[in-house]
Each structure stands twice: as structure tokens, then as C-alpha cells.
Design a protein around this ligand. Structure first.
Ligand code: HEC
Ligand code: HEC
Length: 223
């Protein structure tokens, strides 16, 4: 009985919100409810929800796909921007406006947004030179045999992510002493130090061409 009552109250609130733009009374009711997810992600769509959208800093590359990533990794990444462990200025500014509850809600939303067919357990074999690099870094031991099944939910899926973004991300772990570029992450900083830029690019190109759990889900701005 109580549950039924709660459900109908929630339903009334959400229905109220749908009509909020036209009915002031409904708007008042809606403002008492939690901020809807559409509002929380409205500012993300213009970059992460557009196929082929490119960023120009620190060099031209596609904006990373976040739909289909594990919520725990998305939250870890957003918190790293917020704390300054990831220095990318735009994402720092954006993450800085998010509360802990926003980060939890947004991360859960993007995890479920993409539901592609799961990537095959074993990826296509890497060309010899690249296979040796991946073996040297034991990349699969953390990111999964198919690079879509990380051993820990806070580690990213990297298979099929945009290759140009993967390269920029890998380079950023190598960058020290810049206020604008770089990521402080003990694991990946140690990893990338053993490779040249050309080697990082070769791995990024291979990984970016693999079947992916990630996607871009185009959305128009809500309402
Ligand atoms: C102006 C374009 C832009 C907007 C708006 C934007 N992002 Fe980003 N986002 C980027 C770029 C570019 C990167 C890559 C940054 C880097 O190199 O670290 C990124 C990185 C990320 C990452 C890390 C991805 C990964 O694989 O590590 C997450 C998570 C993320 N954004 C979430 C969001 C969310 C959530 C919003 C909205 C609240 C948002 N972004 C708004 C451009 C944008
Ligand atoms: C010991 C575990 C471990 C190993 C080994 C490892 N990684 Fe990672 N990787 C991580 C973690 C954890 C992160 C997230 C770091 C952060 O929060 O910035 C990450 C992040 C990344 C990213 C950034 C992804 C994104 O969306 O921004 C790329 C690319 C990457 N790893 C590629 C590799 C490659 C290539 C190798 C092998 C040369 C490798 N990793 C080896 C744990 C590992």
C-alpha cells in the first residue's frame, strides 16, 4: 500500500515535470523533486553525444566515447578531473561543477546508455610488432583479453575507443610539469614511460580498431 502510494506520487511528480514548461503549478511541484538526469547531462551532449565531434586541445582528436563505459570508471575519471589529477582544462571546469550525487547519477546514466553486442572474448590478433608492445606492457592483464573487460570496474574499456583519443590519453600520462596537459596516475604513468610515442600510436591504432562496447548515442538537447 505504502509502495503503491509512493509510486503514484513519483508518477505525479514526473508527469508534473513533463508539463512544467506550460504549467507554473506543476513547475513548483517539479522543483521539489531531485534534478532530472536530462538536466544533469544537458551540457555533455554537445561534445559526447555528437558522432565525429572533434576537440582541438591539446591537438585535434575525437572526443572520447563515454556511453557503455563502466559507471565506476566514469566516476573515477570525473573525480580525477575535479581533483586536478587530470588536468584537461575544459573537463576540469565541467567536473568542478558536479556534486558527488551528480557524478553518481551521470555515471550510471552513461553506463546504461549504450547496449551494443558484447565484444568477442578474444580480439583479432595484433600485428607482430604491436603484439610485442602489448605483451611488454601486459595491457590485457588489466584491460581484459579483449580490452573491453577490465579486471576492475574503475579501469577503462579501451577496445574500439577512438584511436586518436587513445593516443592523446596515452601521451598525457607521459607529460610532466604542464599545468594544462597531463594525468597523474601511478599505474599508467609507469606504463607509458617504457614506450616511444610511435609505439604508443601503434598500440592506439590497433586498440581503436577492435570491436567495442562503447558508442556514441546521438541526442538532441532535451526539451
Ligand atoms: C567542450 C566539449 C566537452 C563537454 C561539454 C564535455 N566533455 Fe567530457 N571530455 C571532452 C574531452 C575533449 C575529453 C578528453 C579529455 C582528456 O584528454 O582528458 C573528455 C573526457 C571525458 C571523460 C573521460 C573519458 C575517458 O575515457 O577517460 C568523461 C567521463 C567525460 N568527459 C564526461 C563528461 C560529462 C559527464 C560531461 C557533461 C557533464 C562532459 N564530459 C562534457 C569534451 C567535453
Ligand atoms: C596494472 C593495470 C594496468 C595496466 C598493466 C595497463 N593499464 Fe591502462 N589503465 C589502467 C588504469 C587504472 C587506467 C585509468 C587511469 C586514470 O584514471 O587516468 C588506465 C587507463 C588507460 C588509458 C586511458 C583510457 C581513457 O579512456 O582515457 C589507455 C589508453 C590505456 N590505459 C592503455 C593501456 C595500454 C596500451 C597498456 C599496455 C601498454 C595499459 N593500458 C596497461 C590500468 C592499467
Amino acid at each position: 500500500m505504502k509502495i503503491a502510494l509512493l509510486c503514484s506520487t513519483l508518477l505525479a511528480l514526473s508527469t508534473g515535470f513533463a508539463g512544467a514548461q506550460t504549467a507554473p503549478a506543476a513547475a513548483a511541484a517539479a522543483s521539489a523533486a531531485a534534478t532530472p538526469i536530462e538536466t544533469k547531462i544537458a551540457s555533455c551532449i554537445g561534445c559526447h553525444g555528437i558522432k565525429g565531434y572533434q576537440a582541438s586541445f591539446p591537438e585535434v582528436h575525437k572526443v572520447p566515447m563515454i556511453a557503455g563505459q563502466d559507471a565506476r570508471y566514469l566516476a573515477a575519471a570525473l573525480n580525477a578531473y575535479k581533483k586536478g589529477d587530470r588536468k584537461h582544462p575544459t573537463m576540469r571546469a565541467i567536473a568542478g561543477t558536479l556534486s558527488d550525487a551528480d557524478i553518481t547519477d551521470i555515471s550510471a546514466y552513461y553506463q546504461q546508455q549504450a547496449r551494443p553486442a558484447a565484444a568477442p572474448e578474444q580480439p583479432a590478433p595484433a600485428p607482430d610488432g604491436v603484439a610485442a608492445l602489448l605483451a611488454k606492457g601486459a595491457c590485457a592483464s588489466c584491460h581484459g583479453a579483449n580490452y573491453s573487460k577490465p579486471v576492475d570496474g574503475t579501469y577503462p574499456k579501451i577496445a574500439g575507443q577512438h584511436a586518436d583519443y587513445l593516443y592523446v590519453a596515452l601521451k598525457s600520462y607521459k607529460t610532466d610539469g604542464s599545468a594544462q596537459v597531463g594525468r597523474n596516475n601511478a599505474i599508467m604513468s609507469a606504463q607509458v614511460k617504457q614506450f616511444t610515442l610511435a609505439e604508443l600510436k601503434a598500440m592506439a591504432n590497433y586498440l581503436g580498431a577492435l570491436p567495442s562496447d562503447l558508442a556514441i548515442v546521438p541526442q538532441s538537447k532535451f526539451r
